[in-house]
Design a protein around this ligand. Structure first.
Ligand code: ATP
Ligand code: MG
Length: 413
């Protein structure tokens, strides 16, 4: 075993990290519920085909980032993203008659990429999928939901919504031809990756991070000029919907998304607060996906957000509950302390009871665990059937009958 370290690119989630992580999921899930999205969990591994057919052989994810393995002759892989699995589940469970299907999910994803800040090999996403609605109103609904969630996480004013359209199949094909025509004379100036993309997936060149590629792209024809009337109207309706909801955005014509099945709306919520890995949430419309995996032609739109990135930006980190410290003085009080601790925990209070130690040591421990209040069981108090309840913030102390402890302690909730 390699020195008891976690595998490169993976992390343990402990304590505050876990509280942040959980806060992102719970708030997102709660708000998604207001929009009619219900939680689903799909398996962490699927047949590799579920992803190769939908994400595309030429995408970075399929060509170099998959954790794939064989078991009993089945080709399987750890899921690199959530959409394909949810769409597979939609088909497997015969839900075609129950559209629109609205799913929320949260869970781990796996991609073999170079680990750096905000980029892991196991990371986690929240996401929604709205399947079976081809209207731009569906695009607006998932965008408004995303914006609502980001506001609730405290990111209002810290993220920019970048929006683009890829048009329908015809517009996209027309644009692809124009782009290839423009770039072909410059083939030798393109980066090695983009030379391959020019033959296999030219739209992805727009997404290139290479400086030389970017200079060329700046001069390239824009998608907008290739849009047919339907695609143009679709995009205008989405923009009008966002404006009606008071959501601001910028159109970014270079936003194409890495995945092959997207059409029409593509979007990213981006921040400058995280350095290079600034995209916190991204998504779009994927009308060709379910058909590509062998299901009935069904439109869909959705997004996924990176929980680690959102957790780093979270404005109000939930604190750990401040416990009640139960402090017996002397052996005679130990039994009573156990009984009271049990009673209070069953009444819903967080209680800390040290296993041993004198009064001084236990008070010190109460301080270490950031206790809000101490219930002190001294000989004199117990004789009166009472305990001393000390507010550890103000130092104020009162005598409370043992039978009234549950009610009295409610003032510290
Ligand atoms: P990038 O361009 O950063 O590689 P992507 O296009 O691969 O992003 P998506 O597949 O759209 O990302 O995933 C949606 C979100 O999931 C991203 O915006 C990001 O917040 C998060 N994410 C993606 N890959 C990782 C990773 N390796 N580690 C942490 N978060 C990630
Ligand atoms: Mg990526």
């Amino acid at each position: 075993m390699a020195s008891l370290q976690p595998v490169r690119g993976t992390h343990d989630l402990l304590f505050e990290d876990m509280r942040r992580h959980h806060a992102v999921i719970e708030r997102a899930k709660g708000i998604a519920g207001l929009y009619g999205f219900e939680e689903v969990i799909t398996p962490i591994f699927e047949f590799t085909e579920v992803f190769t057919r939908t994400i595309g052989e030429t995408s970075d994810i399929v060509s170099k980032e998959m954790y794939a393995f064989e078991r009993s002759g089945d080709q399987l892989c750890l899921r690199p993203e959530g959409t394909a699995g949810v769409c597979r589940a939609f088909v497997s469970n015969g839900l075609q008659q129950q559209v629109p299907f609205k799913a929320f999910y949260a869970g781990p994803m796996f991609r073999y990429e170079r680990p750096q800040k905000g980029r892991q090999r196991q990371f986690h996403q929240i996401g929604v999928e709205l399947i079976g609605a081809d209207t731009p109103k569906a695009d607006v609904e998932v965008l408004v939901l995303a914006s609502h969630i980001l506001d609730a996480l405290g990111l209002k004013g810290q993220v920019t919504l970048e929006l683009n359209t890829l048009g329908d199949t015809a517009s996209r094909a027309a644009y692809r031809d124009r782009l290839v025509e423009f770039l072909t004379p410059y083939r030798n100036d393109l980066s090695d990756d983009s030379k391959v993309r020019l033959d296999k997936n030219p739209l992805r060149i727009l997404d290139s991070k290479d400086e030389g590629d970017r200079r060329l792209i700046a001069e390239a024809p824009k998608m907008e000029e290739s849009l047919n009337a339907e695609s143009r109207a679709f995009f205008e309706t989405v923009q009008a919907g966002l404006t009606a909801h008071g959501i601001s955005y910028v159109v970014n014509p270079k936003l194409v998304r890495g995945l092959d099945y997207y059409c029409h709306t593509a979007f990213e919520f981006v921040t400058t607060a995280l350095g290079a890995q600034g995209t916190v949430l991204a998504g779009g419309r994927y009308d060709g996906l379910i058909e590509a995996m062998g299901g009935p032609s069904t439109p869909g739109v959705g997004w996924a957000g990176g929980i680690e990135r959102l957790a780093l930006l979270l404005a109000d980190v939930p604190g750990k509950a401040r416990p009640i410290a139960v402090i017996p003085m002397g052996d005679a009080a130990e039994g009573e302390a156990d009984a009271i601790t049990g009673r209070l925990r069953r009444a819903g209070y967080a209680v800390d009871l040290a296993y041993s130690g004198n009064m001084k040591k236990r008070m010190k421990r109460a301080n270490t665990v950031n206790a809000r209040v101490a219930v002190i069981l001294g000989e004199d108090e117990l004789k009166q059937g009472a305990a001393a309840v000390r507010d550890l913030d103000s130092g104020e102390q009162v005598l409370v009958p043992l039978a009234a402890l549950e009610t009295d302690l409610a003032r510290f909730r």
